[in-house]
Design a binder for this molecule. Structure first.
Ligand SMILES: [Zn+2]
Length: 178
């Protein structure tokens, strides 16, 4: 795994004891982290790997990314409370939220004009954080859901138009992976 780049050079691999010296929990201390010796920015890794979770962030970028989460997360977390799910059983809640989260990120990717693969807050720079907050500020899950359902219906219709018999069972998701 090549080191991520910050301030024009390779970041250095360390662990949580350096980044969080005041937190003794082994769960944090043992975690590999990449740090930039020039600016002090850091990033954690995907579980059990040294693959960086996004790009390195200093205090300012971390603050901006938190702001994006403060705008986005309530949209999908509250998804099960909107009217169409009023009669959904309690055990369906997690599934509704999971799908909502996916749809919220697809919606955001569409608004930002970026591929879904790049639509992770941990990968956003300052400018993209600002654009994301602006794009999602007054959006609720009714709006995201309506957008997603239109898109899913269009993908299904396109699949049916193009379908050979063998492909006719494809789902909208397979047609429009995101
Ligand atoms: Zn740096």
């Amino acid at each position: 795994m090549p080191a991520p780049i910050c301030c024009g050079r390779d970041a250095r691999l360390t662990d949580g004891t350096e980044i969080y010296p005041h937190r003794a929990e082994p769960a944090i201390a043992d975690k590999p982290m990449w740090v930039c010796d020039d600016c002090g920015a850091y990033v954690g890794c995907h579980p059990t790997t040294t693959v960086a979770l996004g790009t390195l962030a200093g205090p300012e970028l971390r603050r901006l990314r938190r702001r994006v989460h403060l705008v986005i997360d309530p949209i999908w977390r509250a998804a099960h409370r909107i009217a169409p799910y009023a009669n959904a059983p309690r055990k369906a809640r997690e599934g509704i939220q999971r799908r909502a989260r996916q749809r919220v990120y697809e919606f955001l990717a569409d608004r930002l004009g970026i591929p879904c693969a790049e639509c992770h807050v941990a990968m956003f720079d300052a400018a993209r954080c600002g654009a994301a907050v602006k794009a999602m500020q007054h959006v609720d899950y009714y709006r995201v859901r309506a957008w997603a359902r239109d898109r899913e219906a269009a993908a299904r219709a396109a699949a049916e138009r193009n379908a050979t018999p063998a492909l006719s069972t494809r789902t909208a998701e397979e047609v429009a992976p995101c």
